[in-house]
Design a protein around this ligand. Structure first.
Ligand code: HEM
Length: 200
């Protein structure tokens, strides 16, 4: 008997099933509002740093342990956040609080679900990058490297990532695990970055 094949591709499922989480975080972050301030932008980057720094260590550990061929090295974004925070006057970003409630990443498929969120954010990042430059005058060189991301290579990097997910996450059980990890990542990133009660 052949194993059951999913009727919907993993990329369609990831996009559709995390749409509410994407909309929620996009609204909560307020990064493309005309009222964005320099201080609010810096606070947001500090929180992203507190989430990405331990998360990327965890991702590398799981993918490294399983010997997976997907290479994260050129996709790591903690160095961009570190450079941005320095440019914005944070002398020791490595002393900032780190998030203790990270997504569960025990298997490779969890990692791919989580990476879907981190890699997909580079698409919206292009829009955010332009807005941050216009609204508060921050360029990739002066604190906007993280959202600038892969710049001109964004579409190409996204296509490569999509191909890797499609090749690796196939069975219905793996798809379910990847979608659950993507939702978990969105929700925990949201809680960690869009703190309530901020003044502008
Ligand atoms: C102000 C905040 C944001 C805006 C305006 C925004 C906007 C967008 C836009 C316009 C796209 C589609 C780009 C395209 O198809 O060419 C996109 C895709 C995506 N964004 Fe965001 N985004 C924001 C924040 C985030 C954040 C914080 C995350 C997660 C860390 C995220 C994750 C994703 C993902 C996973 C996709 C890919 C969807 C898919 O095609 O499967 N976004 N975003």
């Amino acid at each position: 008997m052949t194993a059951a094949r999913p009727t919907t591709g993993i990329l369609v499922r990831l996009k559709q099933e995390t749409r509410p989480e994407h909309e929620a975080i996009e609204t909560a972050l307020g990064l493309i509002q005309s009222t964005l301030t320099h201080a609010a932008y810096r606070r947001t980057l500090e929180r992203f740093y507190g989430f990405y720094r331990p998360l990327e260590v965890k991702l590398q550990a799981t993918l490294g342990l399983t010997g997976h061929r997907f290479d994260l090295t050129e996709r790591l974004k903690t160095p961009f956040l570190d450079a941005d925070l320095h440019a914005l006057g944070v002398e020791f970003p490595n002393l900032l609080p780190v998030c203790a409630s990270l997504p569960v990443l025990t298997h490779e498929v969890n990692c791919f679900g989580c990476l879907y969120v981190l890699e997909g954010s580079t698409l919206g990042g292009q829009l955010i990058s332009r807005h941050v430059r216009q609204a508060i005058g921050v360029t990739p060189e002066t604190g906007g490297r993280f959202f600038h991301g892969y710049g001109d290579r964004t579409a190409q990097m996204w296509q490569h990532f999509r191909a890797a997910v499609t090749a690796f996450v196939v069975s219905p059980a793996d798809q379910d695990a990847a979608v659950a990890a993507a939702k978990d990542t969105f929700q925990k990133l949201h809680r960690s970055t869009a703190a309530q009660g901020d003044s502008p």
